[in-house]
Every structure is written in structure tokens, then in C-alpha cells.
Design a protein around this ligand. Structure first.
Ligand SMILES: [Zn+2]
Length: 355
């Protein structure tokens, strides 16, 4: 119960802004004494701070304002891509405060070497966070492959040519337990929290790079499937006689749309529409969100939207919107940090108390 109230209070401060204890008590429906105890608990964890006084309504009685420590608490988001590694720090107010990228081809590279690059870029970001007065409460890593978030095992990353890689090695290097998830899943969560999908309940996120990933959010929740493998849109077949894909099959969407395919925007839109037609018929989403390289071209988004309008059964009456991501290529890293911040808001007791 206490955990629930701590979460409600922190959520209220983040979404509705600072307030006096009396106002907070009204907002979350508990007594002022309980509110004071909850505020003291969150303050000991460094999640709230007290600001100036403000008069309370017409009575004019001043109350000390309590606010979320939006700027001084943050999380680390990491991302391994085919051609670079990324580290970012996102604060509790959901602002990306620090971003570092290190370019380098990760294909057919010993995973240990790539993880060492991740460690270096992560430590750089954490040092910058400390210098900026941001306390990091945890971190997570986005990878371009199939992972089991519960064991943090990476089964396969076709474009990296990685099989069965243990990512827990990074825990020792960084000194805390790093969350791990698929890059498109985390990209979809980033869109939901801070991107083009704010306010949406059901949408499909498509991330474009050398590989193509997909994230499906149904009724506000990410769909992972039974094994965590859901949303592998890049390996949906566009043409069974098509070119060979990195996964070993033929004619996958990725072989037509991936940034190595050399396809024109017209060809990209054409292949995307073939795959997305099936998705729209199956899921009936509010929107498709194009991310990564696919977000770069307004033509592609317009073309896909136009074709889906004509080539889906309900498109004439309820066309599926096609939006472009505004988060840029680091969406998955931002989403990784967001999962840690979400967990912190859902259970503030995860952050140790100093008092
Ligand atoms: Zn494939």
C-alpha cells in the first residue's frame, strides 16, 4: 500500500507539477500526515525536493512546495547498432540530457570487443551525468536481435552475426544490473512515452536501419509474444522468391527495405506496404510509426499511408495513420532509459534510501 502511495505521489508530481503537502494530500486522497511521511520517504531516496513557498488559493496561507527531482535523477540508456554504439542519459522529467555515439562496424566482430565499446561509452555518459549533478538509478541496453529480457540472454542478432551471447558481463563492468530488450520494443516504448505515439493506445512501430525491427503496442502495453520474439516485422515475407536475407530465408522485408538494400524511397514504400497491409488487417492499429532511417523521408510515409488507404479493407472509412518518429536514430536507447524510469515511478522503493 505504501509503495502504491509513493508511486501515486511521484507520478502526480511529475505529471501535474509541484504542490504543497495539503494539495498533494487532496490529489492522491490520503491525509496530510500520511502525505508528509510519503514526501519524507521520497526525499530520502532523492526523488523529490522542496522548493519555495506559494500561497494556497484564496485563504492565502503559504505552503512549502514539493516537486519531483526531475532534473537530478536519471537513467542510462544503451543501444548496440550494426554500425555504432550509443549511450544516453534521460532524466526523470524525460528529457534526454546526455548522448554519446561511437561509430564502428560491429558486424562479425567478437561480441566481447563490442561490449567493451559499450562499456566505454556507458562510463563516459555516467561520468558526464555525475558532472551534471544527475544521479543514475539504473540502466538498460537495446540490442538488434531476439532476447529474453528475464534472463538477458541474446539468442540471435542476424545482422551482427551473433548467436547466444551473454550480456550480463556488462553488469560487472558497470556495477549494476542492466536491463536488456530488443531495440524495436524499446523504440516503441520511447515513442509511447516521449515520441510520436504519446496519447496512442494501439500502434505498430517500425525501426529502420541495416535491419528492420517492429514493436507492437496493443491497448497501451507492449506485446512480447510467448518467448519475447513478437514484432519481428523485418522477417515478414514480402516475396518468397526474393533475395536472401541475413536470417537465412528469402524475400524478407529487411532485404528490400534495410539501409544496405540500395532501394529507392519508392521501392522502400512499396515493400513496406506489402508487409504492413497484413499487419493492419491483423491488428487494426491507430497508427504506424516509422522510426530510424525510415523516418527520414516524408515521401515514404506519405506513399505508405496512401497505399494502405487503398489496399486495406477498412482504409476507405478508417484509414491507418502513418507518422514519422521525431526521436532520431537513438530512439531505442531513449526507450531503454525510459523502462528504468518507468520502473522507478512504479516502485520508488527500488531506489535506495539515504536516510
Ligand atoms: Zn529474414
Amino acid at each position: 500500500m505504501r509503495r502504491h502511495h509513493l508511486s501515486m505521489l511521484l507520478e502526480s508530481l511529475l505529471h501535474e507539477g509541484p504542490a504543497s503537502r495539503a494539495n498533494l494530500a487532496r490529489r492522491i486522497g490520503v491525509t496530510k500526515a500520511t502525505t508528509s511521511a510519503l514526501v519524507a520517504d521520497l526525499a530520502a531516496r532523492g526523488l523529490v525536493s522542496e522548493g519555495g513557498t506559494r500561497s494556497e488559493g484564496r485563504s492565502g496561507r503559504p505552503g512549502v512546495e514539493v516537486g519531483a527531482a526531475g532534473w537530478s535523477v536519471g537513467a542510462l540508456g544503451l543501444q548496440i547498432e550494426v554500425d555504432r554504439v550509443v549511450a544516453c542519459i534521460v532524466d526523470l522529467a524525460r528529457t534526454v540530457r546526455i548522448e554519446h555515439r561511437v561509430d564502428g562496424d560491429n558486424r562479425r566482430t567478437d561480441p566481447a570487443r563490442v561490449l567493451a565499446r559499450v562499456e566505454a561509452v556507458a562510463k563516459h555518459a555516467l561520468a558526464d551525468a555525475r558532472a551534471a549533478g544527475i544521479r543514475c538509478v539504473g540502466g538498460a541496453l537495446a540490442v538488434p536481435g531476439l532476447v529474453d529480457p528475464s534472463t538477458r540472454a541474446l539468442f540471435v542478432a542476424p545482422n551482427l552475426h551473433w548467436l547466444d551471447v551473454d550480456l550480463t558481463w556488462l553488469d560487472h563492468a558497470l556495477g549494476f544490473e542492466l536491463g536488456v530488450d530488443n531495440e524495436a520494443n524499446l523504440g516503441a516504448l520511447a515513442e509511447l512515452r516521449v515520441g510520436a505515439a504519446i496519447g496512442l493506445r494501439t500502434f505498430v512501430y517500425v525501426s529502420g536501419g541495416v535491419g528492420i525491427g517492429g514493436g507492437l503496442v496493443l491497448d497501451g502495453a507492449l506485446v512480447r509474444g510467448v518467448h519475447g520474439f513478437a514484432g519481428e516485422l523485418g522477417h515478414v515475407v514480402v516475396d518468397p522468391h526474393g533475395p536472401l536475407c541475413a536470417c537465412g530465408s528469402r524475400g524478407c522485408l529487411e532485404a528490400y527495405v534495410g539501409s544496405d538494400s540500395g532501394a529507392s524511397p519508392e521501392e522502400v514504400a512499396q515493400a513496406l506496404t506489402v508487409a504492413l497491409r497484413s499487419v493492419v488487417h491483423l491488428v487494426d492499429p491507430q497508427a504506424i510509426i516509422l522510426g530510424g532511417d525510415l523516418a527520414a523521408s516524408p515521401e515514404v510515409a506519405e506513399h505508405v499511408a496512401e497505399q494502405l488507404r487503398h489496399e486495406t479493407l477498412g482504409g476507405r472509412w478508417r484509414p491507418c495513420e502513418v507518422r514519422r518518429s521525431l526521436l532520431g536514430p537513438d530512439a531505442a536507447a531513449i526507450g531503454a532509459a525510459a523502462t528504468v524510469l518507468d520502473a522507478t515511478v512504479a516502485d520508488p522503493t527500488l531506489v535506495p534510501s539515504s536516510g
